[in-house]
Write a protein that binds this ligand. Structure first.
Ligand code: PEP
Ligand code: MN
Length: 341
């Protein structure tokens, strides 16, 4: 349920309604936009008489929210959320960011790759220190030493880092090392204890869609994080498993406008994991940019044939330079159209 307040609603009046609702055992989520203020009600709304709420002076109208995701719902927060990822980098709304770097942190090559992606225009650095591998015998990541290399690169280049967390017991390590953005990978998209644990922090979370996850399941995973108090969730479409075998996954670009319609959270697209092959990464990066993604996550490696994971989908730094040029060209068109609307 949401209560849409009149434009004239003062802070005091908002506070009064919020405490009235909370006394009934519900939680509230207040979104103060330029044109309207919305109070979202979370919990057992049968305890609230909608007619009584609507009869209050400052309340314009009351609306039921039938979807099970509430805090992630655009009805709760009509304006796009913009998330501060640190180092002056914000994502969401018209703030578009490119996250790039190797699949895994492997060692000193990280800083070389990081310098190149930054020079090409990437604004955030990625690299996995904890790797979710299908085989327990495959490279599992460097662990804390990998996080240290990422932090070193972040300090040198003044750019936020995005790195995967797989275990709720590692949250404290990520906090101690001041990791800018915690990634939750496709395989953990419904790891509820992990979602809840990162929800207890304020660190932005890049939440990937599960391999067989529906859009609604992705939004419910975001809701798990937000229900614990962390609103800094960035959604990521990274391809889903279908009957098609010519690509690693099927890039569901429908999900980008669908997620924008349903939710206020920023949406990033990952053409690397979605396609699995270097040759398809650029065209799909451009398509994702054109359909309104707020950012891209792209794997880049300076020696893909020797990469410790996902070499087949990595762009070289030179290829990434070209791709970035074309992404910028598409962004110019998308932004012009938006301005003219
Ligand atoms: C990754 O980003 O390297 C990764 C493992 O991604 P996903 O969870 O989308 O497979
Ligand atoms: Mn990867």
């Amino acid at each position: 349920m949401i209560a849409i307040l009149k434009q004239s609603a003062s802070d005091e009046a908002v506070g009064h309604i919020v405490s009235w609702i909370e006394k009934k055992g519900l939680k509230t989520d207040v979104s103060r936009g330029e044109n309207e203020t919305i109070i979202g009600l979370v919990g057992d709304t049968t305890k609230i008489d909608p007619f009584l709420l609507e009869s209050m002076d400052v309340v314009e109208r009351v609306q039921r929210v039938s979807e099970p995701f509430k805090r992630a719902n655009r009805k709760f927060h009509p304006e796009d959320s913009v998330i501060d990822c640190g180092h002056g980098v914000k994502i969401g709304g018209d703030q578009f960011q490119v996250i790039a770097g190797p699949c895994s942190v492997e060692g000193e090559n990280l800083i070389r790759i990081a310098r190149r992606v930054k020079a090409a225009g990437a604004t955030m650095l990625r690299g996995g220190a904890y790797k979710p591998r299908t085989s327990p015998y495959a490279y599992q990541g460097m662990g804390p030493a990998g996080l240290d290399l990422l932090c070193k690169a972040s300090a040198e280049l003044d750019m936020p880092i995005v790195t995967e967390i797989m275990d709720p017991r590692d949250v404290q390590v990520f906090l101690d090392k001041k990791i800018d953005v915690m990634q939750i990978g496709a395989r953990n998209a419904q790891n509820f204890p992990l979602l809840k644990e990162v929800g207890k922090t304020k660190t932005p979370v890049l939440l990937k869609r599960g391999m067989s996850g529906t859009v609604d399941e992705l939004l419910m995973a975001a809701e798990y994080i937000m229900s614990e108090g962390n609103d800094n969730v960035i959604l990521c479409e990274r391809g889903i498993r279908t009957f098609e075998t010519r690509t690693r996954n099927t890039f569901d670009l429908n999900a980008v406008p669908v997620l924008h319609h349903l939710s206020h959270l920023p949406v990033v697209a990952d053409p690397s994991h979605a396609t699995g092959y270097t040759r398809y990464v650029e065209p799909m990066a451009l398509a994702a940019t054109a359909c309104g993604a707020n950012g891209l996550e792209i794997e880049v490696h300076d020696d893909p044939s020797h990469a410790w994971s996902d070499g087949a989908q990595a762009l070289t730094p030179d290829q990434f330079d070209d791709t970035m040029r074309r992404i910028r060209a598409i962004r110019e068109v998308v932004c012009q159209e938006t301005v003219q609307e």
